[in-house]
Design a protein around this ligand. Sequence first.
Ligand code: OGA
Ligand code: NI
Length: 360
Amino acid sequence: MFNSAMVFDPSEGISEGFLVPVVQELASQNLHSLPQRYIRSEKERPNNSTPHLDIPIIDMGMFMRDSDLCKQKELEKLGMACKQWGFFQAVNHGIPLSLTERMKAIVKEFIQLPLEEKLNYKIEEFEGYGQAFVASDDQILDWADIMYLTTLPQEERKMNFWPTKPVDFRETVDQYALEIQKLGNTFLCLLSEYAGLKADCFIKKYEKMTQLMRLNYYPPCPRPDLALGLSPHSDGYALTVLLQDDETVGLQICKDSEWIPVQPIPGALVVNIGDMLEVMSNGIYKSIEHRAITNMDRDRISIAMFYGPARETEVGPAPELIDELHPCQYRRFILADYMQNFLSGKLEGKKNIEFAKIKS
Ligand code: OGA
Ligand code: NI
């Protein structure tokens, strides 16, 4: 069964299916209270205590240096970040600032288009603009609007969902997608090396890879203390690269049972391990639960690029990482089956990876 979330069109009213409002429209009504469907249970609400811990910062420039010592030291930092945090911020990553700034600008310009225009790209089967992960009509909703686009491989793009406004939307996303692919390959090779594997163990040079883009728009929220912008979840693919607003904090990651905010660093990209890399590395690297909170008087955008093997690929732990001391923790499966399971439910912590876990 496919549960594609539909978008509430105010001119039509609510009819069948899991119709949910466009949050941006709700937010523009200057609500004084938060509608019931966005109010979280007490234990899910954002708390005020914000621990003073920063996620690791990796200087990608170090890998371009001639000095092996520099490279080795940074690789050690990267490996530890991915084992202990599952998250890091990449600086000096080589993607021009002009491109990342333009990416944020085209998203903001798209968001500001009239609703009728955005509804030309209304979400269907997990592509397009609206809301995803609505699995029932009594589910508590996220305070955000999103847009999903398949960005790679190029031949799988569904161009009818790619906005034509602003005029350079498509071209900018195309350029950015290719840059993120290069960077993603670099990370996967480095992480393979750190795990003691041949550099191409997590990515085969001639194999097709999949990349999916998710735009998140979090409008100002009348009660940020009661709502969440994005429910706790782990990401499904191998790696995620997130570009976020410099000014507004929203992303939080769960570390040792505490929610830690990720402070934006201008020009940096936030990178995290997804379920697939946890599986392929037989649990050396961990996908980490994260969520987004909202703000009362500010909106926020973020652009997540999910990157991993093609849908038809069979994935499982690298055989070199399995021995008597390190028993196989995950079964092998076809990625498309995992994704079907992932996309048909609501977002809920790390429950998806249970699909792959071998129970002892
Ligand atoms: C995501 C995600 C976080 C954010 O899109 O998967 O975790 O800060 N986004 O928007
Ligand atoms: Ni995520």
